[in-house]
Design a protein around this ligand. Structure first.
Ligand SMILES: Nc1nc2c(ncn2[C@@H]2O[C@H](COP(=O)(O)OP(=O)(O)OP(=O)(O)O)[C@@H](O)[C@H]2O)c(=O)[nH]1
Ligand SMILES: *[C@@H]1O[C@H](CO)[C@@H](O)[C@H](O)[C@H]1NC(C)=O
Ligand SMILES: [Mg+2]
Length: 375
């Protein structure tokens, strides 16, 4: 037997259940009966925590226009995969804050696959500069068909057995070859003369309040020795090229940076190419173009694991005047595991935040002393 009290409870339970079902299944009903809506009816406006009103417009300081007056014909270049997005964001935010807010140089992003909408949106949201996203053609990116794949595969296996970093990777080789001989030919870069290469997950430690695009051919922050296992026959190819193209070699070159015996052997010194500020027309010029084609024909990008760092460095050292190669002493920079931290007055001037004691310049594995000795 049910008591009247039990009927009341049952009806209440049914009403409450109906209310919840309707709130979830019918948006309009849910909104009209929500507690906050009902309180709104009484108080007149929707209550909310004060921060949601935002900062009044008149408290914003007027944005300064770019402080520079003379703009170089220049761009940032970032080669990246969609999966590199977070690392690219990290690097780019620092580029903007430390330097580019005051200059508004454009950006060119390159990828052999189309950039995702998320990539393009998040990148574009970080700057007022022009940003362009370019696709790399497969024939410039992939291992060429004339490479003997059996020979290349055997070399990769050998490098894996010897623990050579990225030794087993074909994509890494594609990337090294593309950076060595193709990025500066991408249609989006035709209209520029100078570029600044930026990689994901690097750190810029200091404010830079002058225009970094100087009229130099090649600028670097860190130099070091290459793993000989990645370039066993590179120097022989270089010597062969010099012998058959003596006229292309610059007289006042930086050969002493890359060779300790007048060109007989390579000392493995190279500029670390994850940071570069350089002249695209130099790469596009006769000397380097012929040099790259010659190296490419040797197949060493795939039969060995030639990196863009030694290839660029040897090219710059042979075909540019040594004065056209610039050490950016004032750019505090880190790409794991090495960093250049400006010392003394430069550290203060750039308001750098790196520990000056952590500085690669004259560590035993650095080649900066050889660069210094050029002058
Ligand atoms: N689109 C594209 N970009 C790549 C690919 N591999 C590397 N990159 C980019 O090429 C540059 C060099 O690659 P990293 O992986 O940083 O090579 P690394 O500096 O020698 O090695 P890490 O010490 O791992 O940084 C970076 O800007 C990468 O984002 C690839 O397969 N496709
Ligand atoms: C920028 O440099 C490129 C390559 O040298 C050149 O083609 C272009 O005309 C230059 N643009 C300006 C505005 O000087
Ligand atoms: Mg890197």
């Amino acid at each position: 037997m049910m008591t009247p009290m039990r009927y009341v409870v049952l009806v209440l339970v049914i009403i409450i259940s109906l209310h919840f079902i309707l709130s979830f299944s019918h948006e309009e009903y849910g909104r009209a009966t929500s507690l906050s809506h009902i309180t709104e009816q009484f108080s007149g406006s929707k209550p909310h925590p004060p921060y949601q009103e935002g900062v009044p417009d008149d408290r914003y300081v007027e944005q300064k226009p770019p402080i520079q007056t003379r703009k170089a014909n220049a761009t940032f270049v970032i080669l990246a995969r969609n999966g590199d997005l977070n690392g690219v964001i990290t690097s780019m935010k620092q580029v903007e804050d430390r330097f580019n807010k005051g200059f508004q140089y454009p950006y060119v992003f390159l990828n052999e696959e189309p950039f995702s909408e998320e990539f393009k949106e998040r990148i574009s949201a970080m700057t007022d500069s022009k940003v362009e996203f370019g696709l790399i053609s497969k024939d410039q990116w992939l291992q060429p068909s004339w490479i003997d794949e059996d020979k290349a595969a055997a070399s990769r296996k050998d490098m894996i057995d010897h623990n050579v970093i990225y030794g087993g990777s074909v994509p890494y080789r594609n990337m090294c070859r593309y950076n060595s001989g193709f990025f500066y030919r991408h249609p989006l870069l035709h209209k520029y003369k100078y570029y600044w290469r930026v990689e994901p997950d690097v750190t810029f430690f200091c404010d830079l309040h002058y225009d970094a695009y100087q009229k130099k051919v090649y600028g670097f922050t860190i130099s070091l020795y290459e793993y000989p296992a990645t370039i066993p026959t590179l120097w022989n190819a270089v010597k062969e090229f010099i012998a058959s193209n003596p006229g292309l070699v610059e007289h006042d070159n930086a050969m002493r940076f890359i060779s300790d015996d007048g060109g007989e052997t390579y000392n493995n010194c190279h500029f670390w190419s994850n940071f570069e500020i350089g002249d695209l027309d130099f790469w596009r010029g006769e000397a380097y173009s012929k040099f790259f084609d010659f190296l490419d024909e040797k197949g060493g990008f795939y039969y060995e694991r030639w990196g863009d760092a030694p290839v660029h460095s040897i090219g710059a050292a042979l075909f540019a005047k040594k004065e056209q190669i610039h050490f950016f002493n004032d750019i505090g920079y880190r790409h794991n595991p090495f960093q250049h931290c400006p010392q003394g007055d430069l550290h203060k001037k750039g308001k750098c935040w790196c520990n000056p004691k952590e500085n690669f310049d004259y560590e035993w594995y650095s080649c900066l002393k050889r660069y210094d000795a050029l002058f």
